[in-house]
Design a protein around this ligand. Structure first.
Ligand SMILES: *Cc1c(COP(=O)(O)O)cnc(C)c1O
Length: 355
């Protein structure tokens, strides 16, 4: 029986998608074999790959000024790929530090670029009018949704002088609408809203493809992938296929605008419950609360292990917060049905009654 998975990633995949994959596992589209066994240069695979990209473009409104790349290596490799692909002319890159992942991105970028943080103090991250921009910065990097902290930017920062905006959307891509044209580069690893781990999507404005540093490894070079429809080397074929099915599923749900409303509603229900209870606490300012990663702690932290154990017995998995932060976290991405959130709230009520 399929139970509810609240993990930040790998996360739930819609059941109809898994069922379709199951039915096509031995033979895909009357082609005599599974999609995993086809050459990635053969018509069958290319057709599937093209359709997946086209569907993602429709979902996000990505026009032809942008290349959509299907890569590997996760968001963690992008922390290095971004500076290596964008700093041929200017070595200076602006960053804003809002939590766990943007911090990691900054530390990796420091190995390849001259990182300058725009917000002088933590209080300034929500006050872009106080930010200190670098003249001629190659790009500005931020993390719209901090997966671990349950914190999301309530706006898209807009740097001066057309400094391209780079966003790590690993946990928020396809969960809410973004105007792609506001960005120079969007990257996201797959295991949250896109599909299974192994695939990393990069959406890059084509005019930025000329700024890769000399000596960049070909396997990290956006341009090499853009020129080869992401078939520079063997791509993660099954992850690509399954992600294509997720895109189709999302389109059938009414697309990103519809799912955003549902995600907002699901998270609001959970936050409302937490705010009303004496037993559970969320300290993120209301305007910065993530609609996909809801962190909370128990007022009495000695009950943590008991809470997690009983949750699991009730079919509610992976609620433990990140090891660096402690507490609890309910990740409720697109594939988490509202019933999953209802089940969690019912359990939390029951637990507080008995505790
Ligand atoms: C999950 C996540 C990452 C790490 O992704 P990997 O695929 O493990 O490299 C980075 N940034 C954000 C915002 C994430 O949510």
């Amino acid at each position: 029986m399929r139970e509810y998975n609240f993990s930040a990633g790998p996360a739930m995949i819609p059941t109809p998608v898994l069922e379709q994959a199951q039915s096509e596992l031995l033979e895909w589209n009357k082609s005599g074999m599974s999609i995993m066994e086809h050459s990635h240069r053969a018509r069958h695979f290319m057709e599937m790959a093209h359709n997946a990209e086209a569907c993602l473009r429709r979902l996000m409104g990505i026009d032809n000024n942008y290349a959509v790349l299907f890569l590997q290596g996760g968001a963690r490799l992008q922390f290095a790929s971004v500076p290596m692909n964008l700093t041929a002319q200017s070595k200076v890159a602006n960053y804003v530090d809002t939590g766990y992942w943007s911090h990691k991105a900054i530390n990796e970028a420091k190995r390849f670029a001259q990182v300058v943080q725009v917000a002088p103090t933590n209080e300034d991250v929500l006050h872009p009018e106080r930010w200190q921009w670098s003249d001629g910065a190659a790009y500005f990097h931020y993390t719209p949704n901090e997966t671990i902290d349950g914190w999301a930017y309530p706006f898209i920062p807009t740097p001066p002088d057309d400094i391209p905006v780079v966003a790590d959307m690993s946990s928020c891509i396809l969960s809410r609408t973004f105007d792609v044209n506001s960005f120079g580069v969007i990257y996201a690893s797959a295991q949250k809203n896109i599909g299974p781990a192994g695939l990393t999507i990069v959406i890059v404005r084509r005019s930025l493809l000329q700024y890769a540093v000399e000596g960049i490894p070909r396997g990290m070079h956006y341009q090499s992938y853009a020129q080869n429809q992401s078939l520079f080397n063997t791509p993660p074929t099954f992850a690509w296929y399954l992600s294509g099915l997720v895109f189709q599923w999302l389109e059938e749900q009414g697309g990103v605008e519809s799912i955003e409303k549902i995600n907002y509603h699901k998270s609001q229900k959970l936050y409302d419950f937490i705010d009303r209870s004496d037993m559970y606490v969320n300290t993120v300012p209301v305007s910065c609360r993530s609609i996909v990663n809801v962190v909370f702690s128990l007022a009495d932290e000695t009950l943590n292990e008991k809470f997690l154990q009983q949750a699991k017995e009730n079919g509610l998995h992976y609620l433990r917060g990140h090891r660096d932060l402690g507490g609890m976290r309910a990740s409720i991405y697109n594939a988490m049905p509202e019933e999953g959130v209802d089940a969690l709230i019912s359990f939390m009520i029951e637990f507080s009654r008995l505790a």
